[in-house]
Design a protein around this ligand. Sequence first.
Ligand SMILES: Cc1cc2nc3c(=O)[nH]c(=O)nc-3n(C[C@H](O)[C@H](O)[C@H](O)COP(=O)(O)OP(=O)(O)OC[C@H]3O[C@@H](n4cnc5c(N)ncnc54)[C@H](O)[C@@H]3O)c2cc1C
Length: 396
Amino acid sequence: MVHELENNHQDLLHWVDTLANEIERDAIQNDREGDFVKKQVIFLQKKGLTKLTTPVEFGGSGASLATMMLAIERLAGTDASTALVIGWHLGLIYAIRETGAWPEEDFYELCTQTVSGAALINACATEPATGSTSRGGVPNTTALPTQGGYVMNGEKNWATGSPSLSHILITAFLPDENMIGEFLVREGMPGLRHMHAWDSMSLRGYGSDTLVFEDFKLPASALMDKYPIKGVGKRNGAGGGWLLHIPAMHLGIAMAARNYTIDYASQYQPDSLQAPISTLATVRQHIGRLEAMLIPARHYLYEVAVRYDRLPLERRENLSHEIQLAKHLVTNTAIKAVDQAMRIAGGHSLLRHAPLERYYRDVRAGVYNPSMDDITLQELADHALKERLARRPKQE
Ligand SMILES: Cc1cc2nc3c(=O)[nH]c(=O)nc-3n(C[C@H](O)[C@H](O)[C@H](O)COP(=O)(O)OP(=O)(O)OC[C@H]3O[C@@H](n4cnc5c(N)ncnc54)[C@H](O)[C@@H]3O)c2cc1C
């Protein structure tokens, strides 16, 4: 499935590879300094990558989920921080497009700004007090109705890409209705405050400010959706397939580690050998193990994505447990694969001038994004038990 997909998108992938190569030098610099990948985001906006999932009728490329993931995977091979920022943006536009979650005029505005290279969107749900809101925690951020709109108070952390976001989706508790609301905050609205609070081991360029809202005023039209506590918003319906940009990104890091290591093993020849280390049986076993991890994980990821793309919207929810499994399998496999690659390359892999130590740090971030591993395992168990129960003969 994945090879067919790659064959069908050769031109796109060649283009993304070219873009990825152009940003690699800046990525290394950002990683060293812990600086946001601003230059890369502007470059990719100008080149048009940010409009990949924008509907064709609004001037974009209308890419499928699987196509978007291929692009993110390739980008992550040189710059995982940028791939994460762009992945949230492309994934959200894909999700809003597919679910029709937004009023047409707001979506049109986001899309036209994306096409002109001016827009970047992300959703900021996480808060210092709630941890991952995917566990159903009620946001401490509140939005109270006032004349003509709402007033918001609270703060959001882990806001990936925040230094460059033009559109920010913020979840807040609506105490009067005992519901959760999702608001569209536009950068430049008076009172929005960023706090530079990130200094991370992984993805050091991903730009995760803390956003502070103090008596922050929003028009009524900024409320894009509302849903019950522990419920799911419209854009996250249909099984949340758009979140597969996260495993695609982490797979991209692992594939880059694999490629680097195989090339290194084919060239590195210490004095004790007559040929490169790739000729050694031990090294070949390690390479074999690396392939045995990555090939099935990669196939499963894209198989799920293609099946998701082919299903009508109302049946996509049925794939929810497989989407979660794909994320679980790929992010955990990617961590093991980078470790395996480092065993092949030896002590060289620890050195700053080799990319493996960056891959090792970056790849670890995947398990801390939704769906969380324990929730996935729970869902898989629920699904299996329900499936067996449905097959049990009915008792008289
Ligand atoms: C690189 C990166 C980028 C991110 N970007 C964004 C973003 O753009 N927008 C955004 O909103 N968020 C973002 N996040 C935040 C992310 O989605 C999580 O909310 C955040 O990582 C906290 O989740 P956690 O499981 O690590 O921690 P916590 O939720 O604080 O949990 C800590 C530990 O306690 C356990 N735990 C906590 N609560 C429960 C519970 N109720 N039941 C069982 N176990 C529990 C967890 O398993 C975990 O072991 C990002 C995170 C990372 C790492």
